[in-house]
Design a protein. Structure first.
Length: 299
């Protein structure tokens, strides 16, 4: 790790990875709870179109990706709620449109090539500059502020939409908040993980944490820890093994998930065998404590 910190580009990449590992599981917890695990994939494909649009117009790819991803997130949510097309079909249509638009526009953009597209698809450590770090930090602060402000309302919404509506909460607005915040998170993570793999960093740490806890807050905290460790471990692996950082990060997160499944089963089995049924407790009580005819314990 000390060797990694001796390089400027690795220090920038590690800082960006920590922010990504922190933010992605936070919003991912709400997405998984609402059964919107594939939402990040759809937004990621649309963000790729935004990146290509930035190169085509000679503007900031991050800014255009943010605009297109946020607009796409709103469209996805509206389609999911209003359209007659089923939710998975609507998402699939946007998946295909996003990736096709990105490939088409990047081919028309001056100075862009397949290597440019690959860097955004799967992440590129060496391409993270100081400006990227500032942008990632600023967007991460926005995500944390939104989740901090709407945290209680989003929790109620994720538990039960009807309950949230009965309490007078703006369900549609809160759903859009989740979608747009997920879009911002995709843009934050695309330079480190890549748009095709960012959804995995939103979902896999949360799925791993759920194997170990049923508490919403503990699950979120564990997911953040797993996300940060996976991001740091993946970047370190990418540096020493010369592999794609996004793939390394996701594979480490999947390895943690596999371990969490095993540990979770052991813990549940231990809790199950450690409990005594009410009938067994009554029999044990009758056999060890003298009782009167009325059922009271004698002195």
């Amino acid at each position: 790790m000390i060797e990694l910190l001796s390089y400027d580009f690795m220090r920038r990449a590690l800082l960006a990875a920590v922010l990504v590992g922190l933010v992605a599981p936070l919003i991912g917890t709400f997405m998984v709870q609402r059964r919107l695990a594939l939402l990040g994939d759809g937004i990621g494909h649309l963000a790729l179109t935004g990146v290509a649009l930035g190169f085509l117009t000679s503007t900031s790819p991050v800014l255009t990706a943010l605009v297109v991803a946020a607009a796409g997130a709103v469209v996805i949510e509206l389609v999911r709620v209003r359209a007659r097309t089923s939710g998975d079909v609507a998402l699939a249509l946007l998946f295909y449109g996003g990736i096709a638009g990105g490939v088409l526009l990047i081919g028309l953009a001056p100075g862009a090539n397949n290597a440019t597209l690959t860097a955004y698809l799967f992440g590129s450590v060496s391409s993270v500059n100081a400006t990227d770090v500032y942008v990632v930090a600023g967007l991460a602060a926005v995500v944390l502020a939104v989740l901090g402000y709407f945290g209680r309302e989003l929790f109620v919404l994720c538990q039960d939409e009807d309950t949230a509506r009965a309490h007078g909460l703006p369900v549609r607005l809160l759903s859009l908040v989740i979608a747009v915040t997920a879009a911002v998170t995709v843009v934050i993570a695309m330079r480190v993980v890549g748009v095709l793999l960012v959804s995995a960093l939103m979902v896999v740490p949360v799925a791993a944490a759920q194997q170990l806890s049923r508490s919403f807050r503990i699950t979120m905290a564990l997911a953040v820890v797993i996300g940060v460790l996976a991001a740091l471990g993946g970047l370190s692996t990418a540096y020493y093994a010369d592999v794609a950082p996004g793939a390394a990060i996701v594979l480490i997160a999947l390895a943690v998930f596999t371990c969490a499944v095993v540990v979770g089963r052991v813990l549940r089995r231990y809790r199950h065998t450690g409990r005594t049924s009410p009938i067994e407790e009554k029999r044990a009580m009758v056999g060890t404590m003298p009782q009167t005819e009325s059922g009271s314990v004698s002195s």
